[in-house]
Write a protein that binds this ligand. Structure first.
Ligand SMILES: C[S@@+](CC[C@H](N)C(=O)[O-])C[C@H]1O[C@@H](n2cnc3c(N)ncnc32)[C@H](O)[C@@H]1O
Length: 366
């Protein structure tokens, strides 16, 4: 199974990229207007939210609703949802990235609905909203990293540009790992300190990297000679560690290593596992949850979570009557997952690996 995380080589939009589908029914959700929040960080190409039409249709925001965007990014989806919510509606926007949060401030100043910004990793954000008894009609996530993060070479997410090996989405954010750490740990620190078994496990399990052991050994060997603290040096170490024929198949040779490190640095999978139930807890009957994932590790978690909500009776099959009393909490939206149309995949190559899943709440567990 090839890993299919957003490919930095494909994340840059063509300079002439149109706004979201020109044929979109403007009256249905409206195409995003050019807005500071939907442009790149330098006011460049407009930001194309992935599966925007399908996501908005799934969340189905109504005037006056309250909706939570767990991954604000450049505000592409948020802009569309805000227009549907209108002046009586509230959109809570969450992000851990300081650049996204700056955009969120500008977005809040002109948005057509009330906006509340939560600057935190989304697991913590949803858990604290749930703890304060906050209620929402919808919540959605567009997982992974943003085009902005890739485009800012100095963030160290891109294997195509030489920069410090960082990859922290939440710069300055307290580490969820604790143990004396005060900030998220950068990719350079992981590469400098993890041993071969830990590196191998991360590259294999989170990057689905076939040559995980060879790369891990090369990292530990090469760091003795000189620090591996730039993306360029890591790319060289990885490329040299894998057999020559394998360097030319399956995309960039460092793609899987970068994906694995990014997931570790940002604790991405644990974030998803914590955020989904917390987001679900905010929803009353009729509430909708929508999640866009970009690789199988994310999608598997979303699928498993939704399946759990659909499950009714969990009694052993040999019991003649149900004694557990479990009722399904949800009905599935977009059965099997919604994928981008061929047109979207062509216009926005980043969308190619995207899959949208969702659920509508039909009951609240007693
Ligand atoms: C793919 S982008 C979202 C793009 C957005 N939907 C738009 O249309 O502009 C993902 C965003 O989620 C943020 N993000 C990813 N994981 C996060 C987490 N665990 N907590 C908070 N924000 C996160 C990233 O910083 C990034 O800004």
């Amino acid at each position: 199974m090839p890993p299919s995380g957003p490919d930095p080589e494909h994340l840059r939009l063509p300079a002439d990229a149109p706004g979201p589908r020109a044929d979109a029914p403007a009256t249905a959700v409206g195409a995003p207007e050019p807005h500071a929040a939907t442009s790149g960080p330098h006011g460049d190409a407009p930001h194309l939210p992935v599966l925007w039409e399908e996501t908005v249709a799934m969340v189905d925001p109504q005037p006056g609703d309250t909706v939570v965007d767990g991954t604000f990014g450049a505000g592409g989806h948020a802009g569309l949802v805000a227009r549907r919510l209108g002046p009586d509606g509230t959109l809570v926007v969450v992000d851990r990235d300081p650049v996204a949060l700056e955009i969120a401030e500008r977005f809040a100043a002109t948005a057509p609905c009330r906006v509340r910004i939560v600057a935190a990793p989304f697991a913590q954000a949803f858990e604290s909203l749930a703890a304060e008894g906050f209620r929402a009609d919808g919540a959605y996530f567009d997982l992974g990293m943003s085009s902005m993060q890739i485009d800012q070479a100095e963030r160290g997410f891109a294997y195509t540009r030489d920069a410090p090996l960082d990859m922290r989405m939440g710069l300055g954010e307290p580490s969820a790992a604790g143990e004396g750490a005060t900030e998220l740990v950068s990719a350079a620190e992981i590469v400098a300190t993890w041993d071969v078994p830990d590196l191998t496990r991360a590259l294999r399990d989170l990057g689905e990297e076939r040559y995980a052991l060879k790369i891990a050994k090369a990292i530990v060997r090469e760091r003795e000679k000189a620090p591996i603290d730039t993306t360029g040096r890591l790319v060289d170490v990885v490329t040299n560690a894998i057999p020559t024929p394998a360097r030319h198949v399956g995309g960039h040779p460092a793609k899987r290593t970068f994906q694995a490190l990014r997931i570790v640095v940002n604790d991405e999978l644990a974030q998803i596992d914590r955020a989904l139930p917390a987001a679900w807890d905010l929803l009353g009957v009729g509430g909708r949850l929508a999640v866009i994932s970009f690789h199988s590790l994310e999608d598997r978690r979303v699928k498993r979570f939704v399946q759990g909500l659909l499950q009714g009776c969990v009694c052993p099959p040999d019991l003649p009557i149900c004694v557990c009393g479990n009722e399904p909490e949800a009905e599935v939206l977009g059965k099997g997952g919604v994928v981008p149309t061929p047109e979207e995949q062509q216009t926005n190559p980043r969308s190619r690996s995207a899959r949208l899943r969702g659920a509508r709440r039909i009951a609240v567990a007693a």
